[in-house]
Design a protein around this ligand. Structure first.
Ligand SMILES: Nc1ncnc2c1ncn2[C@@H]1O[C@H](COP(=O)(O)OP(=O)(O)O)[C@@H](O)[C@H]1O
Ligand SMILES: O=C(OP(=O)(O)O)[C@H](O)COP(=O)(O)O
Length: 403
């Protein structure tokens, strides 16, 4: 894999360099609540700009449906990037159309432009190679060189991640190099006990990862939205909690295999539940109850792990030599459901082991809940990406940078 340092030594002055970043930051009412992912790509953008490149930054944000949707505009991220760089950043209101070309054509060496959300175009995420390729061709027309630095999206076989680097000279940015360097430590020679904690809301994506983790981790702690499919598989009612009904047979097999392999698969023993999802904007106090995990009322949804589970998980993390954690334990954005995530974060802070937190929301949770980033071994910008890396999978966005 060629790195950005090689590109810089070859010279980039006056060249249009396309930086595929992951600026998929959490937003509340259009305001960025955590800018960690923007900060993470700064070294790459700065180095290129200082070397006189015309820097074209691109990213997805959220999961719009292949068409423009103002709720998912990258404009707030572009503005924040400008503030962090301390320099104006041009923003194009389309991705590969006239506005993008105008913004890129208007760049002087050392200047930066951000193009609109890549996922406003259906070609970005298409499963059809031709459709993706056509979109990649249009992206390629905006640049002379490609730098991959969106670590959080390298597990996606998307046009800007996978197809575009095949069309341009390509290099890995500083963030990707750092992330891969740290995660390698968890695959090459992991110190045991190795404990993995999984939560969050992208349940269908991340359940598959457990298949591989059952052969690698000593202990697996399951919380967040992921827990309820397991509880249901054990025969418990989960009310209106997040549930991946079609995955119940898979999860049942995981439970059996964990028992057979001697892997501790630990599930919540109690949960904090409510009849409605909290308002994350007003953060108005909610009615909620703590119930045993096998007693979730039919009209309630589990929104956090309960106090006994917090203690249990902290005890299961206490002797870990290595911890990987992805996915908040509850809806941490609301104070009524943040305690589970806080407890797991605190257990990592207290740990003497090597601790890695991965994922856009998990990293944001750690910071917004007031933890000091330096108390963790590594905070990765990618959740799904780091999990799939740990699985040993070939990640499309890394493979594309290889040759
Ligand atoms: N029990 C739950 N029910 C619904 N959503 C949940 C639950 N627990 C956590 N979440 C949500 O999961 C989201 C983060 O999930 P995910 O994107 O998978 O994590 P990451 O970005 O760290 O990889 C948060 O916005 C949080 O509110
Ligand atoms: O937020 C992300 O992943 P993560 O939640 O697993 O950290 C990445 O930006 C990828 O987004 P996607 O899961 O919509 O492809």
């Amino acid at each position: 894999m060629k790195t950005i340092d090689e590109l810089l030594s070859e010279g980039v002055s006056g060249k249009r360099v396309f930086v595929r970043a992951d600026l998929n930051v959490p937003l509340a009412d259009g305001v960025i609540t955590d800018d960690g992912r923007i900060r993470a790509v700064l070294p790459t953008v700065k180095a290129l700009a200082e070397a006189g490149a015309k820097v074209v930054v691109a990213s997805h944000l959220g999961r719009p449906k292949g068409a423009p949707d103002p709720a998912f505009s990258l404009l707030p991220a572009a503005e924040r990037l400008g503030e962090l760089l301390g320099a104006p950043v041009a923003f194009a209101q389309d991705t590969v159309g006239p506005a993008a070309h105008e913004a890129v054509d208007g760049l002087e060496p050392g200047q930066v432009a951000v193009i609109e959300n890549l996922r406003f175009n259906a070609g970005e995420t298409s499963k059809d190679d031709t459709e993706r390729g056509e979109f990649a061709d249009r992206l390629a027309a905006l640049a002379d060189v490609y730098v991959g630095d969106g670590f959080g999206a390298v597990h996606r076989k998307h046009a800007s991640v996978y197809d575009l680097p095949a069309r341009l000279p390509h290099y890995a940015g500083y963030l990707i190099a750092t992330e891969v360097g740290v995660l390698k430590k968890l695959t090459d020679d992991v110190k045991r006990p190795y404990v993995v904690a999984l939560g969050g809301a992208k349940v269908s994506d991340k359940l598959a990862v457990i298949d591989e983790l059952l052969g690698k981790a000593d202990r697996l702690l399951v919380g967040g939205g992921m827990a309820y499919t397991f509880l249901k598989a054990q025969g418990h009612e989960v009310g209106i909690s997040l549930l991946q009904e079609d995955q119940i047979p898979t999860v049942t097999e995981y439970l059996e295999r964990a028992a057979k392999n001697g892997v501790e698969l630990v599930l919540p023993v109690d949960v904090v539940a409510s009849t409605e999802f909290p308002d994350l904007k007003t953060k108005a106090p909610t009615e909620h109850v703590v119930v045993d995990a096998d007693r979730i009322p039919a009209d309630h949804e589990g929104l956090d792990i309960g106090p006994r589970t917090r203690e249990l998980y902290a005890s299961k993390l206490a002797d870990a030599a290595t911890v990987f954690w992805n996915g908040p334990m509850g809806v941490f954005e609301h104070p009524d459901y943040a305690e589970g995530t806080k407890a797991v974060a605190q257990a990592l802070v207290d740990s003497d082991g090597f601790t890695v937190v991965g994922g856009g929301d998990s990293a944001a949770a750690v910071r917004t809940l007031g933890f000091d980033e330096s108390a963790f071994g590594h905070i990765s910008t990618g959740g799904g990406a780091s999990l799939e890396y740990l699985e040993g999978k070939t990640l499309p966005g890394l493979a594309a940078l290889e040759d």
